[in-house]
Design a protein around this ligand. Structure first.
Ligand SMILES: *[C@@H]1O[C@H](CO)[C@@H](O)[C@H](O)[C@H]1NC(C)=O
Ligand SMILES: *[C@@H]1O[C@H](CO)[C@@H](O)[C@H](O)[C@H]1NC(C)=O
Ligand SMILES: *[C@@H]1O[C@H](CO)[C@@H](O)[C@H](O)[C@H]1NC(C)=O
Ligand SMILES: *[C@@H]1O[C@H](CO)[C@@H](O)[C@H](O)[C@H]1NC(C)=O
Ligand SMILES: *[C@@H]1O[C@H](CO)[C@@H](O)[C@H](O)[C@H]1NC(C)=O
Length: 292
């Protein structure tokens, strides 16, 4: 009898306790970091649901891994009219929060369309599980951090387009093999050839509308390439014959550069129209005007 009652009491106690234990799935360290990020961003309305008294796995803009309950994605889209989240990060808000690097299980960061300014924190390369980094369509300045070459291989897809990034593309990026890399519409200079390489499995490279200047003749394109946009740069040399071996190339644009010589015959190179090749120094052959 006494034992039964004791059991009853214990069950009741467990019943009372369990909802609390279950409701707080969130990792306390992750919660602490998220609250710091919210503070760094000046408590934007977008993050109103990030209330310290509630489970961070239920907060807007983040998701938790179903098994470990660690934060594995952070997606903050605020100024896009199509999204349902209303309100936006105030214009006064400055840089991409450095604290992000402490959410060690993050697989996805999407802070695109946020009018964020300042430099890209180099600490992001410490995120070992990152699969996708999107910081496009902000007002970010400064260089692409050199540390990005030390992302755990193969490295995340990196989308940094529509910013005001300047300086060279770090040579260290040559060590990565990202599925997609989009650095278009920035103010990057110098060599872009490190993004290519015969042994890579990269599918998309977009460096259009920068100030890159390098010799295209020497570039070895990955066989895996599906699209590459190089338009509006200062790229010189000629189109390498090796590109005819890229069997699945669907998009290729080298217009508005300083290329010369004959476009190699073969592969997919004749499937692109004249607008993919126009405005170069002396590029010729099919489809642009014949040589000589
Ligand atoms: C989000 O917006 C779309 C299009 O306006 C609408 O169809 C949908 O119901 C909205 N979803 C929510 C959760 O409000
Ligand atoms: C972006 O920031 C600039 C400078 O602070 C501001 O003038 C502009 O209105 C902001 N744009 C949006 C869409 O918030
Ligand atoms: C590419 O891979 C081949 C075979 O694994 C190797 O021999 C070659 O050195 C590699 N080339 C580069 C540039 O890493
Ligand atoms: C580009 O590289 C090729 C192959 O190494 C070389 O023949 C050519 O002279 C170079 N072009 C320029 C403009 O440096
Ligand atoms: C290539 O880029 C140029 C310059 O932006 C553009 O005018 C042209 O339409 C593009 N070609 C294709 C096939 O998209």
């Amino acid at each position: 009898m006494g034992t039964t009652c004791y059991t009853c009491f214990l069950s009741l106690l467990l019943l009372l306790l369990s909802p609390f234990a279950l409701s707080e799935r969130c990792n306390p360290q992750d919660k602490k970091v998220l609250l710091q990020i919210k503070k760094d961003l000046n408590n934007p309305y977008l993050l109103a649901s990030w209330n310290p008294d509630t489970d961070c796995c239920d907060w807007y803009c983040v998701t938790c891994d179903p098994k470990t309950h660690r934060i594995n994605s952070l997606v903050m889209l605020s100024s896009v009219p199509e999204t349902n989240l209303s309100g936006q990060i105030p214009p006064s808000v400055g840089p991409v929060p450095d604290f992000l690097a402490q959410l060690s299980n993050l697989q996805l960061i999407d802070l695109s369309f946020n009018n964020l300014s300042g430099p890209i924190p180099s600490s992001l390369s410490q995120l070992p599980n990152l699969v996708s980094l999107r910081l496009d369509r902000n007002r970010l300045t400064g260089p692409i951090p050199d540390s990005f070459g030390s992302f755990k291989k193969p490295g995340p897809s990196i989308i940094l387009s529509h910013n005001q990034l300047s300086g060279p593309i770090p040579a260290s990026l040559g060590q990565l093999d990202p599925q997609r890399i989009d650095l278009s519409r920035n103010k990057l200079e110098g060599d872009g050839s490190v993004l290519f390489g015969a042994n890579k499995t990269t599918q998309m490279v977009d460096v259009s509308r920068n100030m890159l200047a390098f010799n295209l003749s020497k570039v070895e394109f990955p066989r895996s390439l599906i699209s590459s946009d190089l338009n509006h740069n200062e790229i010189y040399g000629s189109i390498p014959v090796g590109l005819t071996a890229v069997d699945f190339l669907q998009g290729f644009n080298v217009s508005y550069n300083r290329l010369c010589g004959e476009i190699p015959q073969g592969g997919k190179l004749q499937s692109f129209d004249v607008y993919s090749y126009f405005h170069n120094k002396c590029l010729c052959g099919s489809p642009p005007p014949n040589c000589k």
